[in-house]
Design a protein around this ligand. Structure first.
Ligand code: AMP
Length: 113
């Protein structure tokens, strides 16, 4: 499958890994939009949020928990951070393998662009 995140998960493409376990891999974004920009990626290939199944609910909960732990480790827990899921091209999704963006280390604006 021609998926950049699957290639990273399979060690076919190098990445800057901050966390890995049997379900998830967390890497630094190659094009960071904030001082801290980490991607939380499930190892299971799920292309879009709308393809999530009942059996994936625990996985998504774990992604959120790990994102919070990384925010703490990266020193942005108290300052503030944002977790983003872009869905489909008009919302900015460029990789069809679900992932959370963990962004922090600077003041964030609202509404987002
Ligand atoms: P999205 O546009 O929401 O689908 O997010 C995809 C993110 O993956 C973008 O922020 C890209 O900069 C990032 N990205 C793409 N390829 C790589 C890569 N090889 N290593 C790390 N991040 C990547």
């Amino acid at each position: 499958m021609d998926c950049i995140f699957c290639k990273i998960i399979n060690n076919e493409v190098k990445s800057s890994k901050v966390y890995e376990d049997e379900d998830l891999i967390c890497i630094r974004d190659i094009n960071p939009q904030a001082p801290v920009h980490v991607l939380i990626i499930p190892k299971k290939h799920i292309a879009k949020l709308h393809e999530l199944k009942e059996e994936d609910i625990n996985l998504v909960g774990k992604m959120l928990k790990i994102a919070c732990q990384i925010a703490e480790k990266e020193g942005i827990k108290d300052f503030g951070y944002r977790i983003v899921i872009n869905t489909n091209r008009n919302a900015g999704q460029s990789v069809d393998h679900i992932h959370f963006h963990l962004l922090g280390g600077r003041v964030m604006l609202w509404p987002p662009g």
